[in-house]
Design a protein around this ligand. Structure first.
Ligand SMILES: [Zn+2]
Length: 426
């Protein structure tokens, strides 16, 4: 059982200046003293005592690298390991829950995952997540200083609670962040799954060079969501709901009714239920013996199965995905012209079948967006692994702890479960 009293007794307290220093070093992986001074706009002499105290407490360590220009080895600063402090990320998906434990610099310490009917069993899922997190914590670890939660739902910034999630209605209004804050006596930050995925991409090693500093993260699942990264930080809009690309109209003459009540929304035309419905029609018409065979052995039509049929070269499913990609590309073209991102990163459960979707998206975006905004644009698949949701949530926890998460819903531990959506600014 997690002993919050023991952990609280060894809480890690950092001054605002120390948080900035640790944030700069953690974000880069390792930095020289001169780089830290430059990043924070401070003189090295002002920085020196601050760094000395962080080294003394073990929050920072030095790594020695090859000889620098003077012939002496250059010492780089990095953030200490799990003995200093740990962060946790929890990812709640419709059919599984995942937990990641990382260092303050978001180096993985432990990962656990459990398949379960999370969509319909919130209480069982929260208890399972808490157990996985307890199992991850070891006696040698420093205090748990922050928890991040990723969930497939919009978050009400005023209450920190999920709002009417389409795929997981049972979670609507539940005190998810409060549950973790209270159980682990740690500040808990919560955001929707697409923003967390965007954060995971932005924080991955080499992301700046690979994706640029301002990019879009598009997730295709039951609906379409878009995470917006501006200069390395997630942009959430004035009320916390930016990126709702799924309800942009693709075709005003399309009769398909969307969950929002309108017709012709991207969600209704290119979300998973629409793709599954169209693939089922193809199977029923006898136009895809391959998918029919896969369906007979798996029993349920899903994006993953459709992706597999496409990867195996099924022409009818290939053209369905091409059409879907064109529809998504049609909307994205407008968004790209407006936002001028360096990259659009696409994530879906299609896996090997994603190539056709990507090239169809590219085709429409390059055709319809203004040439000035596509000159350096790349549309790429996500390199995120199976733990990206939980690891991204741990990044959210780290940024929340260090005060660089921007405006994000947060629950603080307290005897009376006091909760506030706070604004923590850099
Ligand atoms: Zn809609």
């Amino acid at each position: 059982m997690y002993d919050a009293n023991r952990m609280a007794s060894q809480a890690l307290v950092l001054s605002p200046q120390h948080r900035k220093i640790v944030g700069a070093v953690a974000g880069a992986g390792a930095l020289s003293r001169a780089d830290v001074a430059r990043a924070l706009g401070l003189s090295r002499s002002r920085l020196s005592p601050e760094i000395a105290s962080l080294l003394e407490s073990g929050v920072l360590t030095t790594e020695t690298f090859g000889p620098s220009t003077g012939g002496r080895p250059g010492a780089l600063l990095s953030v200490g390991g799990p003995e200093v402090a740990v962060l946790a990320g929890v990812d709640v998906d419709a059919d599984r829950v995942s937990v990641a434990l990382t260092t303050l610099a978001n180096r993985p310490v432990a990962d656990h995952q459990l398949e379960m009917p999370a969509a319909t069993d919130p209480k069982g899922t929260l208890d399972a997540a808490a157990e996985l997190l307890e199992r991850s914590l070891a006696p040698g670890h420093g205090p748990l200083v922050g928890i991040g939660v990723s969930i497939a739902a919009d978050i009400d910034p005023a209450t920190t609670r999920p709002m009417t999630p389409q795929t997981m209605p049972a979670w609507s209004g539940l005190p998810v962040a409060e549950f973790f804050a209270d159980r682990f006596d740690a500040r808990t930050f919560i955001d929707n799954d697409v923003n967390v995925l965007a954060l995971a991409e932005a924080a991955a090693p080499g992301a700046d060079a690979r994706l640029g500093r301002s990019f879009l993260m598009l997730k295709l699942s039951s609906g379409l969501g878009c995470g917006i990264v501006v200069e390395g930080a997630v942009f959430r809009g004035s009320d916390g709901f930016a990126g709702d690309i799924g309800h942009i109209c693709v075709d005003p003459d399309d009769d398909t009714r969307c969950a929002c009540g309108n017709r012709g929304c991207l969600d209704a035309i290119a979300g998973e239920p629409a793709i599954v419905r169209d693939a089922q029609a193809i199977v029923d018409a006898g136009d895809s013996p391959l998918l029919a065979e896969l369906l007979a052995s798996e029993g349920r039509l899903s994006l993953e199965l459709i992706g597999r049929a496409s990867e195996l070269g099924d022409p009818a499913i290939g053209s369905l995905l091409r059409e879907t990609g064109n529809r998504i590309g049609y909307v994205l073209a407008g968004v790209v012209s407006f936002f001028n991102p360096s990259s659009v990163v696409v994530s879906s459960a299609l896996r090997g079948g994603e190539d056709i979707l990507l090239s169809a998206i590219r085709e429409l975006v390059y055709q319809r967006a203004v040439p000035t905004s596509t000159r350096h644009l790349q549309v790429v698949g996500s390199g995120a692994g199976p733990h990206a949701g939980a690891e991204g949530a741990a990044v959210l926890a780290g940024r929340g702890f260090l005060g660089t998460a921007g405006t994000v819903a947060q629950a603080r531990p307290s005897a009376r479960h006091a909760v506030a959506a706070v604004t923590s600014r850099r």
